[in-house]
Design a protein around this ligand. Structure first.
Ligand code: PLP
Length: 225
């Protein structure tokens, strides 16, 4: 149950100033989150809406909560009042709903577009082609969403021991990130490339990640829920 403090310090020093750590606390108790908070960690990631809205009021208000799971449109309203960054945006419909709810709360909400880079069926995200359609063809529609701020891309590599495979998937995501980094609008300006988890964050950093999402290395293995 306890946090691996030595590992935390090691990761923080490896990342330096350029790469941000999101500590992924899904299924872990608020005591563990508080322990990392007390060491200075402020960015935490959660996957489940219900779990997040239960934990958030029990913890310090200056935590930056990252929603990294698959977000259903009908649940957006529950996290909009406080969420810092939504990583897994994978449809225009979802962007539209985030915009609508953000407007209600008079907030601008930061979003990352999730791209499907793994060859596994189960991972969510835009295909490369869908991403191009959204940005190249429908940019005018995107620009109408005044309460969102699209600030980059997120991706998950295949769960594989083949380092080259993982590396190539991250290369692909970085290339897309670079391609759209020159685009700029008041609500669209890339700065964040969210890639890398416990098993592959060192590869992700070598390939240009600016934000890693690490859970089990910090909090220990998760049971199934
Ligand atoms: C659970 C999860 C992580 C963290 O995974 P670990 O392997 O425990 O580091 C990162 N990103 C997403 C999207 C997750 O769902």
């Amino acid at each position: 149950m306890a946090v691996d403090v030595e590992k935390y310090k090691e990761i923080i020093s490896t990342l330096g100033d350029k790469v941000k750590l999101v500590a992924v606390s899904k299924t872990k108790p608020v005591e563990d989150i508080q322990e990392l908070y007390d060491l200075g960690q402020r960015d935490f990631g959660e996957n489940y809406v219900q779990e997040l809205i239960e934990k958030q009021p029990q913890l310090p208000a200056d935590i930056r909560w990252h929603f990294i799971g698959h977000l259903q449109s009908n649940k957006v309203k529950y996290i909009i009042p406080f969420v810092h960054l939504i990583h897994g945006v994978d449809s225009f419909k979802l962007l539209n709903e985030i915009n609508k709810q953000a407007l209600k709360h008079n907030r601008e909400v930061y979003c990352l577009l999730q791209v499907h880079i793994a060859d596994e069926e189960t991972k969510f995200g835009f295909s490369e082609h869908e991403l191009e359609t959204l940005i190249d063809t429908n940019f005018r529609e995107l620009e109408k969403l005044e309460n969102i701020r699209v600030c980059g891309l997120m991706g998950m590599a295949s769960l594989s021991n083949d380092e080259n495979k993982v590396r190539n998937e991250y290369k692909k995501l970085k290339a897309l990130f670079d391609k759209y980094s020159s685009l700029s609008a008041f609500n669209f300006q890339f700065s964040t490339l969210s890639m890398g988890m416990s098993g592959d964050y060192l590869i992700a950093i070598e390939e240009g990640s600016t934000m890693v999402r690490i859970g089990s290395l910090l909090f220990g293995k998760r049971g199934t829920i």
